[in-house]
Write a protein that binds this ligand. Structure first.
Ligand SMILES: [Zn+2]
Length: 92
C-alpha cells in the first residue's frame, strides 16, 4: 500500500502543520492511494465517513471514475471520491 498526502509544498513548517492537522482532525486535504497500481483512489481526508477504496468505485459517495494514462502508455483508473462535508464547493 502506498499513500501520498497532498496539500503541503514540502517545507518543514508546512509538513508540521499538516501532521498536526491530521492528528487533531482539522486537516482537509486529499489522499491519493492505490492497492494494486491499477486503481488510484483520491479520497478526502477527515471526511464525514470512511470511503470504500478496496473495489472498483462502488463507494457510497458515487465517485467519478476516469481512465488515467501512465508514463508507459498504458492506462489505469483514477477514482475520484466526493466529500460529504461539501468542501469542494467551499474551495471553488
Ligand atoms: Zn467515496
Amino acid at each position: 500500500m502506498k499513500s501520498i498526502i497532498d496539500g503541503f509544498d514540502g517545507t518543514y513548517n508546512d509538513l508540521i502543520d499538516t501532521v498536526n492537522g491530521i492528528l487533531d482532525g482539522s486537516f482537509k486535504g486529499w489522499l491519493a492511494h492505490t492497492e494494486d497500481g491499477d486503481h488510484v483512489h483520491v479520497t478526502p481526508f477527515n471526511d464525514l465517513l470512511e470511503h470504500e477504496v478496496d473495489d472498483d468505485g462502488s463507494c457510497v459517495c458515487g465517485p467519478t471514475i476516469e481512465p488515467a494514462p501512465r508514463n508507459n502508455g498504458s492506462y489505469g483508473w483514477s477514482i475520484i471520491h466526493h466529500t460529504l462535508d461539501g468542501r469542494e464547493s467551499a474551495e471553488s
